[in-house]
Design a protein around this ligand. Structure first.
Ligand code: NAP
Length: 489
């Protein structure tokens, strides 16, 4: 007899967000026999990060064959690191193939979720309501633009936009383009635009370590071979995965590890070898340890910033004026286009959606000090509410797809207990969540992120918020829920 036909209680599920994790959730729910679900997506189409970010040069710096659902390999990736539009098309194709697209309600924002008499009541932006037994918050991590508070930004006479809200109607060729920021986004934009526009100005507040990484295309023969023999992709995934875990993921959690020292040496050598002008080289040399901020991978940033069209400005920005950006040295950097590649508010998660758990407790209040969740996915007092890529998960140093696949597998196991009638409500216990948080914060002190730089990895208390243990530990934790860590009602 199938699990579904034994079911003690049919469950209705709402998935919030139709990005990588939401689409995955829908596919895996259906596969497990949970057919009654809907995805609410506030934007006009699916895709999450890859729908929002369309800036020139966008690519994923996780190798394409790893940044792919394990059950849906893609022999057609054009490059080792796929461009953003290819990734967007991949998700659209997968959502269609697995029949998810029809379950997505686009343009519908979930504004409020309230746990009332054992079920979640949802209030939607279109005025409608819905009810669910289970809510899966797959609303992403880096999606609330962080806008800089530079005086005069509103007075700029040219075009200005955040990197995640790129205005493609604005011409770039022959224009003077300025970019604020030196994160992964700004570095990719610099590589794409420095030689293309009339004048390119990069406003750097903090220098970045750059790890050199080539991005060769896959040849037609290689792609044909992948299509003929999927085991080749499987082997490639295993090899990349092993290398990434050993060389990066396990390195960053131990600042004194030999692997970390190798990364630092590689970044230093990259700077020495590729930046010729000693003055520029010193401007580009960070005064903190490599990978303390999210490590940047680029084969061409140093070439781009040394292009005759390009200028690196390190004087602090004083204000934005109609004609451009005025720096503290009194100079006006004249611009036609000003791009704010100033990152995201990484502590938002499901917010601004108002989530009220048992007894009307508001998630925003629970997270007033810092967002936290047991194993990054369950919050005490918020039964049958699960976060994918929630707080303190392994963001930044793993493929988020692999993480989300492990998480949804775990959530499905919890849901099966509810469906099969073993309990009606599941949420992490306060004690387990506290113990998890204490241990996590202690472990985070050893990580490279805690070695004295500012980054989006740090919470408001300066504690690294990312998973501070190995990938293997994450896999182990996700393999089977420890039910003693949960309140089961
Ligand atoms: P980010 O890493 O947070 O970088 C934001 C940049 O803006 C920093 O250089 C920051 O300077 C600067 N900034 C912010 N406010 C400023 C202000 N008021 N004045 C001057 N400068 C200001 O953001 P991001 O580049 O968008 O990247 C975010 C994350 O997205 C990455 O770390 C990565 O995980 C992901 N991402 C991945 C890829 C990929 O290829 N997979 C590509 C893009 C992004 P400070 O350093 O001084 O704070």
């Amino acid at each position: 007899m199938s699990a579904a036909s034994r079911s003690a209680r049919p469950l209705r599920i709402v998935i919030i967000g139709a990005g990588m994790a939401g689409i995955l959730s829908a596919i895996k729910l259906r596969e497990a026999g949970f057919d009654d679900f809907v995805l609410y997506e506030k934007a006009a189409r699916l895709g999450g990060t890859w729908r929002e970010n369309t800036y020139p040069g966008i690519a994923c710096d996780v190798p394409a064959h790893l940044y792919t659902y394990s059950f849906e390999p893609n022999p057609d990736w054009s490059h080792v690191f796929a461009p953003g539009d290819e990734i967007q098309r991949y998700f659209e194709r997968v959502a269609d193939k697995y029949g998810v697209t029809a379950s997505i309600r686009c343009g519908v924002e979930v504004q409020r979720c309230e746990f009332i008499e054992g079920r979640w009541q949802l209030h939607l932006g279109n005025g409608a309501t819905d009810t669910a037994d289970i809510v899966i918050a797959a609303s992403g991590v880096l999606h609330h633009p962080n806008l800089p508070d530079i005086p005069g930004l509103d007075c700029f006479g040219g075009a200005s936009f955040h990197s995640a809200q790129w205005d493609h109607a604005v011409p770039l060729d022959g224009r003077r383009v300025g970019v604020i920021g030196t994160g992964s986004t700004a570095i990719q934009i610099t590589s794409a635009l420095a030689a293309r526009v009339a004048r390119f100005t990069l406003f750097q507040r903090t220098a970045q370590w750059i790890a050199p990484i080539e991005n060769p295309p896959y040849s037609a023969e290689e792609r044909a071979a992948f299509a003929r023999d999927p085991s080749l992709i499987e082997k490639l995934r295993r090899d990349i995965d092993k290398a990434a875990i050993e060389k990066i993921s396990n390195a960053v959690i131990d600042a004194e590890s030999p692997e970390m020292k190798k990364i630092e040496a590689m970044c230093r050598a990259n700077l020495e070898r590729h930046v010729h002008d000693p003055v520029l080289r010193e401007k580009l040399r960070p005064n903190y340890r490599a990978a303390c901020k999210r490590l940047i991978f680029s084969s061409d940033f140093y070439t781009a910033i040394q292009h005759p069209n390009a200028e690196l400005v390190t004087d602090a920005m004083e204000r934005v004026e109609a004609g451009g950006v005025r720096t503290r040295d009194g100079r006006l950097h004249e611009l036609d286009v000003l791009v704010l590649a100033t990152g995201f508010r990484a502590d938002r998660f499901i917010r601004p959606t108002v989530v009220r758990g048992r007894h009307g407790v508001v998630l925003d209040d629970v997270w007033a000090d810092h967002p936290t969740a047991y194993l990054s996915l369950s919050v005490p007092g918020f039964p049958n509410f699960f976060l994918l890529n929630g707080p303190n998960g392994p963001v930044g140093n793993f493929s988020l797809i692999q993480i989300a696949e492990l998480q949804i597998g775990y959530v499905l196991q919890l849901m099966t207990h509810i469906r099969d009638g073993h309990c009606r409500e599941i949420s992490a216990s306060a004690a387990a969540t506290r113990a998890f948080d204490v241990e996590r914060i202690e472990a985070a002190k050893k990580s490279i992120w805690a070695t004295g730089c500012k980054s989006w990895y740090l919470d408001r208390n300066g504690v690294p918020a990312s998973w501070p243990w190995t990938y293997t530990r994450f896999e182990d934790e996700m393999s089977t829920p420890k039910l003693e860590a949960y309140d089961l009602n």
